[in-house]
Design a protein around this ligand. Structure first.
Ligand SMILES: [Zn+2]
Length: 335
């Protein structure tokens, strides 16, 4: 399918942004019961934005609202959707187009929606940052899980998010790395990190166990991505099966110890899990990676050259969309 004809889905019932309705010269049409054109599809009752070729060099509003981390779907390449308030904007059709993001100065906490002058931990207000289990330090360092000590900030949340199966995986992002994620976050997590290859290597029975394995393997392999390297191109392909074998033999003693302490059932090697290859919608990688900061520069624009991980790659610089969770942004586009 021609990417330019892809539909930008909007949440049913969400409001159209003034200025975009039936702006056919601009290439956007929003179907409404009172406003259709010959180029639109038969559905005239729901709000749906269609993108077609951006024929004129003008910039107009596509959508506005509090932004969330981009949604991704595994496809060749990955399909990205920008979430702005109630609006869902498919981003892939905008590749090669001029885009503008404007920050209004308003931030709403991504958890409680309260207005906050500063964002903590990529989108939370300060009270949520201090109160929520998902903002506790053990989330970044799962080996420090303190649920068993009865000091989890929200034991119930811990039960549904931490005391469940997790996956330990190998991924190729800016090179080989080990990572962990909830079973349900595969392969989303890999796409969020810009991995071009990934393979689960253990299924473990809690976040704590995933942390213990990660710390062990982390003595031999990186557990972080160099995001600048990741944004300069795709990492050299690796033989993840060989990497896994090598890690297992390097960590044999440590693994044995973990199995003795926690049981084989808690830390199960995944001998025949499939490797996943991931490609990203990128026309061109930047030679030099400079990142935008909306707090210092509230208006960002450029030609969209690619999307990888949670980054938009413009010819003018890159922006980590995840970092700005809860920021009120207006997305405009033109050719
Ligand atoms: Zn909050």
């Amino acid at each position: 399918m021609d990417a330019a004809c892809d539909i930008i889905g909007m949440t049913a019932g969400s409001e159209a942004i003034p200025g975009t309705t039936a702006d056919t010269a601009f290439g956007i049409t929003i179907n409404t019961s009172t406003n259709t054109t010959a180029s639109t599809t038969a559905n005239t009752t729901t709000n749906t934005i269609h993108t077609r070729a951006w024929s004129k060099a003008l910039t107009d509003t596509v959508a506005a609202g509090a932004v969330r981390k981009m949604r991704n779907a595994l496809d060749a390449p990955v399909q990205y959707t920008m979430l702005l308030g109630e609006h869902e904007v498919d981003l892939n059709p905008f590749l090669g187009q001029h885009l503008k993001l404007e920050y209004s100065g308003v931030i709403n906490c991504i958890h409680c929606d309260r207005k906050t002058s500063k964002s903590f931990n990529q989108g939370y207000c300060y009270p949520c940052f201090k109160r929520l289990a998902q903002c506790d330090t053990c989330i970044m360092s799962p080996q420090k899980c303190h649920y068993a000590q009865g000091t989890c900030r929200e034991p119930q949340w811990g039960e549904t998010h931490c005391m469940i199966d997790h996956i330990v995986y190998l991924a190729n992002t800016s090179g080989l790395k080990v990572g962990i994620t909830r079973g349900t976050q595969v392969p989303t997590r890999w796409m969020d990190q810009g991995a071009t290859q990934a393979r689960p290597i253990f299924r473990v029975s809690s976040r704590l166990h995933s942390g213990l394995v990660e710390v062990l393997l982390g003595q031999h392999v990186a557990d972080k991505t160099n995001w600048r390297t990741m944004l300069k191109g795709d990492a050299e392909p690796r033989d993840l099966e060989a990497d896994r074998a090598q890690l297992f033999s390097a960590c044999a003693e440590g693994l044995e110890r973990l199995w003795q302490e926690h049981g084989l059932q808690s830390i199960q090697p995944l001998d025949d899990a499939d490797e996943v290859s991931i490609s990203y919608p990128v026309l061109e990688y930047p030679d030099k990676v400079s990142s935008f900061n909306l707090d210092k520069q509230p208006s960002v624009e450029g030609t969209l050259l690619g999307i990888k991980g949670q980054y938009l790659l413009f010819d003018t610089g890159v922006i980590n969309m995840r970092k700005y969770g809860g920021y009120h942004l207006t997305l405009s586009a033109g050719s």
